[in-house]
Write a new protein. Structure first.
Length: 132
């Protein structure tokens, strides 16, 4: 991979697909996609969202409202399913583990839609692949 950030939907889809393919080809432990904090996507000083791919699992932290939106999104991705939900007592959210048995392009489409629909990001958000 030679690029690690993107700020338009088409560029992000290509970036996420390339990163997922590289992650799988390298058999790396994890691929992490972070939202650039300069994208002005946070509300009230919260940390921007992130999504990790570990093999065939997507991992993401969600509030209760975000988890509901994640479940709605998954209805459009029948090959994806929630495998585990962990809500630590000391945390306000839930860590969701979603099995994503699909190709890199479908994974990329899910990641893009999750950032936009689950986390409610604007179309201009900038994403970084910070680990492959």
């Amino acid at each position: 991979m030679t690029r690690f950030d993107a700020a338009t939907e088409s560029e992000r889809l290509a970036l996420f697909a390339d990163a997922a393919a590289a992650h799988r080809a390298r058999s790396s432990d994890v691929m992490t996609v972070d939202v650039d904090p300069e994208s002005d996507v946070t509300d009230g000083g919260e940390l921007p969202p992130w999504i990790q791919l570990a093999g065939t699992e997507l991992v993401m932290d969600c509030t209760d409202a975000e988890l509901d939106r994640l479940k709605d999104l998954l209805s459009e991705f029948p090959e994806f399913r929630i495998d585990e939900l962990v809500t630590p007592e000391e945390a306000e959210g839930t860590n969701a583990v979603v099995t994503a048995r699909s190709d890199a392009n479908r994974v990329a489409g899910f990641i893009e839609r999750a950032f936009r629909e689950v986390y409610g990001l604007d179309p201009e958000y900038r994403a970084w692949v910070t680990a492959v």
